[in-house]
Design a protein around this ligand. Structure first.
Ligand code: DAH
Length: 439
């Protein structure tokens, strides 16, 4: 998956975070979990936390002046004839999130340390593509779908366990007339792009690593892939052209490279050169025929793409910290106007404070387990969490870990007493949840 952080794992063992803690409703039996309006069975696999359940109840996209919402609408306005599909619940089956899309059984995204499981069979979707098959089933030939998605992760300014993705697709009949029309449309699009201030650096290539599918006539797949490229180049120009100040002499640079996704072939990644850096913007490709077959749309061929809204919004609006998207501070939301990309004006940055916590572990502890406990104890006041020391005691062979937690509020100054209280709570939770011994 794009944006999956394939960090080497300290351990692949089962997380010991098993249950959502202190569940909200007293009328919900402890074996049940309420998530986004639904009731689910808990089991030993459950690792979704209260902090995350609360996020799942908050819809940022329903606020018209929220930067994510502005960006979402901007993309919709670029694709006016695409059907907007809104998925219902973020809880999906493991089958739908992974198996149905062709993810292998050992894919890292499935790990208990990487995803939030409601129980062994259901999890918070890790990508918007979990809804791809049902979207194709609507029979819409062009659609866009935006969803909040969930991945267990480290804590820093660019990672947050909840973010938003948009998937889009366009389906074509394999009829000769539709393919002829597509060929003509591609020519018009290519001609139009050639007049624009965009430089397309296509480094992708078809080959054994990134083949057309057996089920496809290569000429048809090539037309579909070309249409995908023209369409997304147009979108990149719309999103970044103005912001990058693209001119004839200094055009917007868009790069296409080969990629791999279990549900597309060929697959590509699109990067944009923006403010001196190449940014990975989206993943896309020609949809695996097995997926369209499963959706019951035979005799059709489709392309699809998926992009992360936060990453794009952070660069377009110059938002320095991903936590700001969740800020309730009116000084954040009141800055933005629906339909307009504007530069975020920092409202005084409050000082940050750090505290270390050191503990002995008696079994493997995954960094994501520590981070989820920090999120439970500190909410969005934790800005950054890093392991700063690890050593094995020469005599006892026990391992000691030290984590440094930087605290900062986006909205106010934090008192020492407040931070100490959070740190005490955190230590208590580390002991009770992970069985560590504080040093
Ligand atoms: N779901 C992918 C991810 O999270 C992104 C993606 C890639 C979506 C290719 C697509 C696609 O629809 O065709 O990384």
């Amino acid at each position: 998956m794009l944006e999956t952080r394939l960090r080497p794992l300290a351990s692949c063992s089962f997380s010991v975070l098993t249950r959502a803690r202190g569940l909200a409703s007293s009328s919900t039996p402890s074996s049940q979990l309420r998530v986004a309006g639904g009731t689910y069975r808990q089991d030993a696999f459950t690792n979704v936390t209260n902090a995350i359940i609360q996020k799942a109840e908050t819809s940022l996209l329903s606020k018209p002046s929220h930067p994510l919402s502005i960006l979402n609408s901007l993309i919709h306005s670029h694709f006016p004839d695409y059907k907007a599909i809104t998925p219902s619940s973020p809880v999906v089956s493991v089958f739908k999130n992974f198996d149905e899309l062709g993810f292998p059984p050992d894919h890292p995204g499935r790990r208990h340390t990487d995803s939030y499981y409601v129980n062994k069979e259901q999890l918070l979707r890790t990508h918007a593509s979990a809804h791809q098959i049902e979207s194709f089933q609507t029979d819409a030939k062009k659609w866009l779908l935006t969803a909040d998605v969930y991945r267990r992760d480290e804590i820093d300014a660019s990672h947050y366990p909840v973010f938003h993705q948009m998937d889009g697709a366009r389906v074509f009949d394999k009829s000769p007339s539709e393919l002829r029309a597509l060929e003509e449309e591609n020519e018009v699009m290519a001609h139009r792009l050639a007049q624009e201030n965009i430089l397309i650096e296509d480094e992708s290539s078809i080959g054994p690593q990134n083949p057309y599918q057996q089920a496809h006539d290569p000429a048809q797949a090539a037309l579909v892939a070309a249409n995908l490229k023209h369409t997304l180049n147009g979108l990149m120009l719309k999103l970044f052209g103005g912001a990058a100040g693209a001119t004839k002499e200094n055009p917007l640079r868009v790069r296409w490279i080969d990629a791999y996704f279990p549900f597309t072939s060929p697959s590509y990644e699109v990067e944009v050169f923006f403010r001196g850096k190449w940014l990975e913007i989206l993943g896309c490709g020609v949809v695996n025929q097995a997926i369209l077959d499963r959706a019951g749309v035979k005799e059709r061929i489709s392309w699809a793409f998926g992009l992360g809204l936060e990453r794009i919004a952070m660069v377009l609006f110059s938002i320095p910290d991903i936590r700001l998207f969740w800020s309730q501070d009116p000084r954040f939301l009141s800055q933005f106007t629906p339909g307009v990309i504007s530069t975020f004006k920092e409202f005084s940055k409050f000082p940050s404070n750090w505290k270390d916590v050191s503990f002995w572990i008696s079994r493997d502890v995954h960094e994501n387990d520590v981070c989820d406990i920090v999120r439970e104890a500190a909410g969005d006041l934790a800005e950054d969490v890093k392991e700063i020391d690890r050593f094995v005691h020469p005599q006892t062979s026990k391992t000691s870990l030290c984590y440094r937690i930087h605290y900062r509020s986006m909205e106010r100054s934090l008192s020492n007493a407040e931070i100490s209280a959070i740190q005490d709570r955190l230590e208590g939770m580390l002991v009770s949840e992970l069985g560590v011994e504080i040093r």
